[in-house]
Design a protein around this ligand. Structure first.
Ligand code: ZN
Length: 185
C-alpha cells in the first residue's frame, strides 16, 4: 500500500502497525497495560507538545525494532527512510550488556538529530511516569531512584530542541523524585 500523506491517516496506520507488532506484550508495571499503550503515550506527548509529524509517527514505532520481529528494512518499506532513521536513532544495540547500553544512552544523547532528541525525551517522560505511578513489582525503591537519576542524565543531552517538551520533562522528573522521596519515609 502506498504511504499516504494525510497526517491522521499516517498516525493511525503507524498505530495499527505498532499494535500488531507489540501484540501480546505487556508493560512491566503492576497494571500490566498492553505495551502499545507506552508508544501511544510517547506519540501523544510529542503531538501535544508541537513535535513534527515524522517524529510523532516514529514515536509510535520507536520500540518495534528493539522489542519485536520488525526490522529496519520493514520500517523503510512501510514508512520511508526518514521515519525508519529516527527509529534507528532511538534503538539500543541489544548485543551490548545492559550497563553499557545505559552508559551509551547518556554519552550519545547530545549527538542525536533534533527529531530523535524529542522522541527520546518523550520516551523518558513516559517511562518516568510509569516508574512513579505503576512501577514493576520487582523493582525495589533504590532501583527506581537509580532509574530516575539515569533518565535525568540522558535527558540532559536531549534538551534544547523543544522547550515545551523540556518543561514537561522537568515537571515529570520533579514529580517522580518527590513521589519516591515520600515513599522512602
Ligand atoms: Zn519506549
Amino acid at each position: 500500500m502506498k504511504p499516504t500523506t494525510d497526517p491522521g491517516a499516517e498516525i493511525l496506520r503507524a498505530t495499527l502497525f505498532a499494535a500488531r507488532a507489540h501484540a501480546g506484550q505487556a508493560r512491566k508495571g503492576s497494571a500490566a497495560e498492553p505495551y502499545v499503550n507506552h508508544v501511544i503515550e510517547v506519540a501523544s506527548i510529542l503531538a501535544t507538545h508541537g513535535a513534527p509529524l515524522p517524529v510523532i509517527v516514529a514515536g509510535l514505532l520507536h520500540d518495534t525494532v528493539e522489542d519485536t520481529d520488525v526490522t529496519h528494512a520493514d520500517l523503510v518499506a512501510a514508512f520511508g527512510e526518514d521515519i525508519a532513521g529516527l527509529v534507528a536513532e532511538a534503538t539500543d544495540d541489544k548485543d551490548l550488556p545492559k550497563e553499557t547500553r545505559k552508559a551509551l544512552q547518556v554519552s550519545l544523547a547530545p549527538k542525536k538529530s533534533d527529531g530523535a532528541k524529542q522522541l527520546k525525551l518523550a520516551d523518558k517522560i513516559s517511562n518516568l511516569i510509569a516508574i512513579a505511578d505503576s512501577p514493576p513489582a520487582n523493582w525495589i525503591h533504590a532501583r527506581r531512584v537509580e532509574y530516575v537519576g539515569w533518565a535525568g542524565r540522558v535527558a540532559a543531552g536531549l534538551r534544547g530542541v523543544n522547550p515545551a517538551l523540556d518543561g514537561l520533562f522537568d515537571s515529570t522528573y520533579r514529580a517522580a523524585v518527590a513521589k519516591l522521596s515520600a515513599e522512602e519515609g
